[in-house]
Design a protein around this ligand. Structure first.
Ligand code: SAM
Length: 285
């Protein structure tokens, strides 16, 4: 998987050379390049921002700089959007969904099937007012060949940037990582990148460790509680059943715990469970 990141602080991503992601790069599973957005500026100050049209506090990231940068990284020629696209802004905006548009190579995206390879590059902008990034998104994006992340700063990026690239047929996504505001997109990109790359085949030493996890698979639940040795630590004991060696009982105990824990902490996940896919014992829990 090829990953490009554009930021005004590309040094931020030096940490990606550490740990499992560093090893994955050494193994050739992923190739990560962090670019400095200022390399696409032409003025002496290398400015990437300007005052908001309509007034207000702060600065907004300029579309011209992002445009030159993204054109180069996506191998696109600059063009002008037909003027009728501006006539009915509401209609144009309502068609700007997260669903992959036709990709640059003309093939339609197939977001419904997360096992399908995501065609063409995917351009991702972190944005606190976008839909929440989920494990499902991470799974889908782990099938892409090329991800290009654009880190916002200041008051954010000019709204025409994602709009323009969608109109060019690029699969553009905007995601929030939570209901809070960060200073910039770098942390959000790191979060998404880690969630996506750990799903790549060969990334984890033990492939099974990504199968039974919270939010994962059909009818996803929170994972059951985990314990290691010793069996008694400071008077708190590991549940007896986990020491029994009876795999069926251990599985049942863990499943019941996952259901009870999810019900307590994330009732919203319980509400979306497909009851036809629960077994009889699940339904008693
Ligand atoms: N003015 C924006 C607003 O109120 O929604 C906040 C801009 S924030 C200070 C600057 C950049 O940080 C954003 O453009 C985005 O790239 C990133 N960012 C901040 N919070 C984020 C979040 N919760 N999820 C994803 N990206 C975030």
């Amino acid at each position: 998987m090829k990953i490009d990141i554009v930021s005004v602080f590309p040094e931020y991503f030096e940490v990606l050379n550490l740990s499992l992601l560093g090893k994955a790069q050494e193994k050739g599973l992923v190739e990560v390049t962090a670019h400095n957005l200022r390399d696409w500026t032409h003025d002496v100050h290398h400015s990437v921002d300007d005052t908001p049209v309509g007034g207000g506090a702060g600065m907004v990231m300029k579309p011209e700089v992002w445009g030159e940068c993204l054109d180069e990284l996506l191998h696109l020629e600059p063009t002008t959007i037909a003027s009728d696209a501006n006539e009915d802004d509401d209609a144009a905006l309502s068609s700007e969904t997260q669903a992959p548009a036709e990709s640059a190579d003309g093939t339609a995206g197939e977001a419904d099937d997360p096992k399908t390879t995501v065609p063409g590059p995917v351009l991702i902008f972190p944005n606190p007012s976008a839909p929440l990034f989920t494990q499902q998104d991470a799974t889908e994006l782990s099938h892409a060949d090329h991800l290009l992340f654009g880190c916002g700063r200041y008051e954010g990026y000019d709204a025409r940037i994602p709009r323009y690239y969608r109109a060019q047929g690029v699969d553009v996504r905007e995601y929030s990582i939570g209901d809070y505001v960060l200073n910039g997109g770098e942390v959000a990109v790191s979060v998404m990148l880690e969630a996506i790359t750990r799903l790549l085949p060969g990334f984890m030493g033990n492939a099974a460790s990504i199968v039974e996890e919270s939010y994962t698979g059909e009818n996803a639940l929170l994972e059951h509680r985990q314990y290691t040795k010793p069996a008694d630590w400071r008077g708190i004991k590991v549940p007896d059943v986990l020491l029994s060696g009876n795999h069926a009982k251990v599985d049942r105990f863990r499943r019941d715990e996952a259901l009870a824990k999810t019900d307590e902490l994330r009732p919203d996940l319980i509400e979306t469970l497909d009851c036809t896919k629960l077994d009889k014992a699940d339904r008693k829990t």
